[in-house]
Design a protein around this ligand. Structure first.
Ligand code: ADP
Ligand code: MG
Length: 393
């Protein structure tokens, strides 16, 4: 894979695929800019060589050209972050003469951010004509959007067919950290697995079971495992059609000598979002009409004890419905533990996991927080990501 370090970009135009798909509130305000900040080292490197940059990103899941998903506000923020000496403009089109004209007006050392690439129907179809039209805007292509690399999209896998292509710093960093986790995890290696559904983590669990010393399961998905073990879980989230799969994972864990740790108590409620009643109950005593929404204090203590000796920890998926402050305690306390385990290699993965860590203000507690979401899980599962394959020589 060629790195941006391997080329001199002076006085050329570089297409840079970034992932500035930041979370937005209902008014369209950016609620976390970590994805913007993650791209800055690559942008500064290219700008310092006096390259002209064409930034390509998607934002949200637009159905039509909703104003809330326009990239103009991203361009404004990028300009503020990079400082007054860098000119940053945005377009209303993605390709075509108006974009070409605007690009001519940008000086070397400046940036033109294209409108949301997913406003163009060709993007997610991997349309080769869109890729060709984009490639005509620049001399080279840089991919710094690791989180998009599992997608065969025009701006990810299409453009490299037409232009010399390089990996940006953020993409390289993701690969380096996840490769380390995949190939060289120091033992004891523990996975703290939470999140909503077993089905979305199956690949991850199967891929890691042979490498893990311990699998700790919390969050909504714990209930499918507990049900498989014969416990009644009330109204808690259960994937009925995954109970046998959960059973299979428990058997595989036995075969691979992986210790499995499950919750022993829960915070339960009548309604996750408008609770009128909450209580803490032990495993096996969840009332029929209530649901588990967080791990309980005894479980927190148990999980802390089980995590503390780890040399390598992968955090994936929250321990409860952390979006509701009343039910974020389990997640918060276990992520806080990361701050005290100074010698462990601590990687966090998953969109909600990263959001929880950021909300708690615990970013510095982790060795690395992957921005990848689905791409990260696929990479850890050992899948080849098409966006990375196209960067190979
Ligand atoms: P990530 O994005 O980090 O991979 P997931 O998307 O798998 O994580 O899971 C996050 C979601 O799981 C959150 O929206 C959270 O509310 C939900 N969740 C966690 N615990 C429970 C639970 N006990 N019941 C229902 N949902 C839960
Ligand atoms: Mg998620």
């Amino acid at each position: 894979m060629k790195s941006i370090r391997d080329h001199y970009f002076s006085n050329t135009t570089v297409l840079v695929r970034v992932d500035m798909n930041v979370p937005l509130d209902k008014q369209g305000n950016i609620t976390s800019e970590s994805r913007i900040l993650a791209a800055v080292p690559t942008l500064n490197f290219l700008l310092s060589q006096k390259a002209k940059l064409v930034l390509i990103t998607h934002l949200g899941r637009p159905k039509d050209h909703e104003a809330i998903f326009q990239t103009e506000k991203l361009a404004l923020r990028v300009g503020q972050i990079l400082g007054p000496e860098v000119i940053v403009k945005s377009t209303q089109d993605i390709v075509g003469p108006s974009v070409k004209k605007q690009l001519q007006e940008i000086p070397y050392g400046g940036i033109l951010m294209l409108e949301n690439i997913r406003f163009h129907p060709g993007e997610v179809k991997g349309d080769i004509e869109l890729a060709r039209a984009l490639s005509e805007l620049g001399d080279t292509y840089v991919n710094d959007a690791f989180s998009c690399c599992h997608r065969d999209h025009a701006s990810v896998t299409g453009i490299p067919d037409f232009l010399p292509s390089y990996a940006g710093f953020q993409l390289e960093k993701e690969i380096a950290e996840l490769t380390h986790l995949n190939t060289d995890p120091q033992s004891p290696f523990v996975l703290l697995q939470g999140g909503a559904k077993v089905s979305s983590k199956l690949g991850l669990l199967k891929a890691l079971l042979g490498k893990l010393d311990k699998l700790i399961i919390g969050g909504g998905m714990a209930f499918t495992f507990l049900k498989a073990m014969g416990y009644s879980v009330g109204q808690s989230l259960v994937e009925e059609d995954k109970i046998d799969v959960a059973e299979g994972i428990l058997q595989l864990a036995k075969k691979t000598n992986t210790k499995v740790v499950l919750p022993t108590d829960f915070v339960v409620t009548d309604d996750a979002h408008q609770p009128t009643y909450t209580a803490t109950v032990p495993l096996g005593e969840i009332p029929n009409d209530l649901m588990g929404v967080d791990i309980g204090p005894k479980t927190v203590q148990l999980f802390v004890e089980e995590l503390s000796p780890a040399a390598t920890i992968l955090f994936n998926g929250p321990m409860g419905i952390f979006e509701v402050p009343a039910f974020n305690k389990g997640t918060k306390e276990l992520y806080a533990l990361a701050g005290t385990l100074k010698n462990a290699y601590k990687v966090a993965a998953g969109g909600d996991t990263a959001a929880a860590i950021e909300t708690f203000g615990y970013v510095n507690y982790f060795t690395y927080i992957s921005m990848g979401g689905g791409a990260t899980l696929a990479y850890i599962e050992g899948k080849q990501l098409p966006g990375i394959l196209t960067l190979m020589d």
